[in-house]
Ligand binder design. Sequence first.
Ligand code: ATP
Ligand code: MG
Length: 396
Amino acid sequence: MDDRNVFIVRCGEVALKGMNKPYFERMLAERVKLLLRRYGNVEVKRSDGLIFVRADRAHAREEIVAEIAKVFGVSSISPAAETASDLDAIADAAVAFLRARAERGGIRTFKVEAKRADKRFPVKSPEIASRVGARVLGACAELKVDVHKPDCLLFVDVRRENSYLYDRKLPGFGGLPLGTNGKGLSLLSGGIDSPVATFMMARRGMRVEAVHFHSFPYTSERARDKVETLARRIAVYCGRFDLHVINLLPVQELLAERCPEAEMTILVRRFMMRIAERVASETGCGVLITGENLGQVASQTAEALIVTDAAVELPVMRPLIAFDKTEIIDKAKEIGTYETSILPYEDCCTVFLPKHPVTKPKLRNILLSESKLDADTLVAASASARETVTIFPQAF
Ligand code: ATP
Ligand code: MG
């Protein structure tokens, strides 16, 4: 029975999804299957609102756990021992489990907690726990029971067909399975914020694509490589996606020539949004995503965000809007994008940076400035000159 490693995968919020629950569970199980594909011979089964993964023992447990933890919608994972739902078999498995722990981890005390998911099982939960505990005490002279602070708290989960023993619940990211919440186009810079913003939306089940603007030759090839590296990191969680790379320099040069310098930042942002909207309409993305954050910089005052939004019809989702910078940095470290984000390469926003940007732009003035150029033609030209690269996941 116990010739394979077993993992119990819990589905967090998916469990609340009422009528749609089977759909969400199926999406989640599919994603788990996909991420474990390279291990070969892995079984992924849904049962009782849980997902059971079985993999050959040759594969390191921790590696499999790490893969499953990348799947959005997973709230926790327990590597478990699987046994028949029979009290003798469970007690034997508990002895083996705790003996192995004692040998490897040097534990001295334990406690057993049992739960009967199958109420037809003839022994009640407290009784299961005490009988299993007694068997362990009889078999392992070196182990003692400690009900308050045990070195190892062994859970026994008795289900209809099989029972499971585990002592760890490793956290996942939570959220919802990829592909259950539409598709968005993320404006991905090389900074700290936008990779986190992309991750946050994908965590809620949104499929993502990304657009990146550069100002080559003012910005370097290395700056572009940096963005592709960031994209590959994000793809670890949200799967392979398209990155659309666009040279913004023609737009920036025209704006610099015809519009007030102080408005440059907000004007560039409005053009980024418009071009992104155009790309979104051609790639089936229903929303735009940015890493903007209230008050962080001159272009992110409430007034500036309102004027930015007015450039497009698509909704702009800004998952980081109310975060503090330290919180964003913590998240970036957690998901593995931070180290790349802080590499010191130039961004297209730093080209033509005004000395004194307007921080409270008036839409009336901005529209007047924009009337000096043919926005539609510029946007169409930029969007159609995009270069699209497919980004594949790359762990770190
Ligand atoms: P980040 O850390 O994401 O670069 P930031 O604090 O530097 O953010 P800005 O440079 O003002 O802020 O950019 C705000 C948002 O605009 C970014 O989070 C990103 O979504 C988008 N953005 C900025 N520069 C680019 C770019 N070169 N290409 C694509 N999107 C961009
Ligand atoms: Mg930036």
